[in-house]
Design a protein around this ligand. Structure first.
Ligand code: ADP
Ligand code: 5GP
Length: 208
């Protein structure tokens, strides 16, 4: 009773889509740091490169850290339906291109997004089975210190980001998973375990 013509993976018609992970939380909390660790620890996870209208920082390269574009291109691509989500943040636009996500999920590969709150809310509506994780700072003072210590933003930009952060912190209760980034090693471990539990189960996660 051997079946013929089916994929060696079995259940070929039921081939699993990848999982979508959304990592959000205030600017400076350490999302990029934790995601960097996560991608090393969970190599099957792939990062979606976002689009933005802000200027590249010295260390950033187009197509690697962001797809950098001007307002006109961003607006055109929004109108053409190229974004899964997009939002204004601190006077600039940011968004996730479908081309970064849809082909990978369809191919069974899992994807992580690093996005701000408005975008995470949009994904909650459009991709309800996405796994959403809010990264929280130990305190607002830690957040300020991290933004200042990173040295990538002017004092005005830091003030702006801290104002937005206060609002974002109020939304942490909306998220099924909250990881406090008190210590990079500890928080990385918690995030890694969470992600691996979803990837192992393929469907429902086992941690809450
Ligand atoms: P985000 O991506 O959320 O804006 P980053 O990953 O760029 O944040 O981190 C902001 C700054 O805080 C960086 O200088 C980073 O090295 C530092 N940082 C990240 N996590 C921690 C932590 N747990 N404790 C202290 N500093 C941290
Ligand atoms: P930064 O300018 O520090 O790189 O990013 C500013 C904020 O924009 C961060 O909170 C970051 O998570 C968010 N962000 C980055 N890419 C996207 C995206 O594609 N969509 C949304 N909604 N936010 C994003």
């Amino acid at each position: 009773m051997s079946s013929s013509g089916t994929s060696s993976r079995g259940n070929s018609e039921d081939r699993r889509r990848g999982r979508l992970f959304v990592i959000t939380g205030p600017s400076g909390v350490g999302k990029g740091t934790l995601i960097g660790r996560l991608l090393e620890e969970v190599p099957e996870l792939e990062l979606s490169v976002s689009a933005t209208t802000r200027s590249p920082r010295d260390s950033e390269r187009d197509g690697v850290h962001y797809h950098f574009m001007d307002d006109e291109e961003f607006r055109r691509r929004v109108a053409d339906g190229e974004f899964i989500e997009h939002a204004g943040y601190a006077s600039h636009n940011y968004g996730t291109l479908r081309s970064e996500v849809d082909p990978r999920l369809a191919d069974g590969r899992s994807v992580v997004l690093e996005i701000e709150l408005q975008g995470a809310r949009q994904i909650r509506e459009t991709v309800p089975d996405a796994i959403q994780v809010f990264i929280a700072p130990p305190s607002p003072e830690d957040l300020r210190r991290r933004l200042e210590g990173r040295g990538t933003d002017s004092p005005e930009q830091i003030s702006r980001r801290l104002e937005v952060a206060a609002e974002e912190m109020g939304a942490r209760g909306e998220f099924g998973h909250v990881v406090e980034n008190d210590d990079v090693d500890r928080a990385s471990q918690e995030l890694g375990e969470l992600v691996r539990s979803y990837l192992r189960s393929g469907g429902e996660g086992t941690l809450s």
